[in-house]
Design a protein around this ligand. Sequence first.
Ligand code: NDP
Ligand code: MG
Ligand code: MG
Length: 341
Amino acid sequence: MAELFYDDDADLSIIQQRKVAVIGYGSQGHAHSLNLRDSGVDVTVGLREGSPSREKAENQGLKTATVADAVAGADVVVILAPDQVQRHVYAEDIAPNLKDGAALVFGHGFNIRFGYIKPEAGHDVVMVAPKGPGHLVRREYADGRGVPVIVAVEQDASGAAWELALSYARAIGGLRAAGIKTTFTEETETDLFGEQAVLCGGASQLVQYGFEVLTEAGYQPEVAYFEVLHELKLIVDLMVEGGIAKQRWSVSDTAEYGDYVSGPRVISPVVKENMKEVLADIQSGAFAARFIADQDAGAPEFKELRAKGEAHPIEATGRELRKMFAWIKPNDTDYVEGSAA
Ligand code: NDP
Ligand code: MG
Ligand code: MG
């Protein structure tokens, strides 16, 4: 059974007594910074020269500095730049300015697990990874709740790294929901597998194939969109509330029977074998190496695949339909439809 931790298990004063530098003000960076500040922690946001985020952070009343200056003044450095740039930021601006004994906090284990960042022995290295997007991490905190976090210690130089990690997890609101103890290896490998095989990769491909099969058979794209994409949210909400069993309890007997007889035809055992191959590529570092090599070359493969995804006919159908849906109000004002293409 996993070990769970809540607010009462953490001493908030530990992180309140440290100077914290949060590097990056994106999805996770803005949420961690604002939640820490509202929990009474001394936060400085470290940003690159000319960063468009400086004004955003300062408008929220946060202190900002260059990455180098923020790190030089910090007891705790939180690395929330994108995974593919972290090792460059670490080598150029973090490592040369890191105080003796300063702790490093990660929001995902990628760079430590695959050896792209190798901190010196004198630093605590911990992870507090919210299991939700940054905008939800902030919204839940502001509403008095929290997004669950998973917490790990890779390197315990001080002998008190775990207490620090829990204190940090409490300050960002994670322990209002729950903290689960893990390791950098488990978090990294399961996170990558989940997003590739099921949540992002698997679900996106499933929806696209479903849309293609219906529209190629002559059905209206708008109707297909509803059946294979829009209703997915209702199904997933039921699963989150009560597992697959509650979803099956809620749908009609027709849908439930169809689930049992057709689900395994669509997602056949060969898919499970494919998933095992995906996991093997994650565990061996092959996926990480491919991602980093492409990013270092200017991300040609990544950009091509993103453009191809945006051009799938389901996106145009959805854009038109959603304009007519008075009941869908996007929460995130900084997302612009079609901007990725
Ligand atoms: P984002 O892509 O949203 O972060 C962008 C931020 O990083 C921006 O503020 C950007 O600066 C800054 N940045 C980019 N390049 C540099 C650089 N060279 N030097 C300094 N700052 C830079 O990242 P996420 O929040 O998505 O991810 C951060 C970490 O959190 C990752 O480890 C990720 O795996 C993890 N994570 C993310 C989740 C999510 O919901 N997105 C969920 C759980 C974990 P500028 O403002 O100047 O453009
Ligand atoms: Mg992830
Ligand atoms: Mg139906």
